[in-house]
Design a binder for this molecule. Sequence first.
Ligand SMILES: CC(C)(COP(=O)(O)OP(=O)(O)OC[C@H]1O[C@@H](n2cnc3c(N)ncnc32)[C@H](O)[C@@H]1OP(=O)(O)O)[C@@H](O)C(=O)NCCC(=O)NCCS
Length: 176
Amino acid sequence: MRLVRLEELKEIKPFDCGDADLNGFLCDDAAYYGSEMLANTFVLETETETVAYFSLLNDKISQTTIAKNLWRKIRKTIPHEKHLGSYPAVKIGRLAVSLHFRGTGLGTDLVSAVKQMLVNNTGVSACRFLTVDAYKDALPFYQKNGFRLLINDIEEENFTVPMYYDLKELTMIKAE
Ligand SMILES: CC(C)(COP(=O)(O)OP(=O)(O)OC[C@H]1O[C@@H](n2cnc3c(N)ncnc32)[C@H](O)[C@@H]1OP(=O)(O)O)[C@@H](O)C(=O)NCCC(=O)NCCS
């Protein structure tokens, strides 16, 4: 298996994660998002098929968009005399594992790889949090991977739930 940037692929190998929107994004939209600098997509593939993919884009956690109690909780993790009104983040725009490989730990491995990519990031831009608008069905998956809710109540009519992971936790685990 190899993990590659979408742009490096000559062709996208067959993929089915059981969700038409997520299948369609990889085949029809991901290249456009890349060329328009809206999201970068990474593909995990074997010789014959696409195993999984994820896309990443910049984001922020902002005081103006979340409840006061949650904002206080987030702000407490950042010791700084002058707290900011928002903190930099990277968002998992899409994440999907092929039905053939579902439940084998690959999703967890990919989320761990993303966290490592961001913590080891030697690029120019800082990022403190990893965010995701999680499908409700995938909520237990993200919770198992250390993500917390960015809302107080999960509304029945909403299809996704905003969540975040504090990347600083990873650097503290390393230091221990
Ligand atoms: C969600 C998804 C990416 C998880 O990938 P995966 O490789 O199947 O997950 P893992 O094998 O690493 O699972 C880790 C844990 O999360 C749980 N989990 C995974 N998907 C779950 C789901 N849909 N509902 C409930 N629990 C789930 C697993 O039971 C597992 O727990 P365990 O270790 O105690 O057995 C994958 O199921 C998927 O592509 N789903 C369809 C698309 C989707 O929902 N994408 C997320 C969009 S935000």
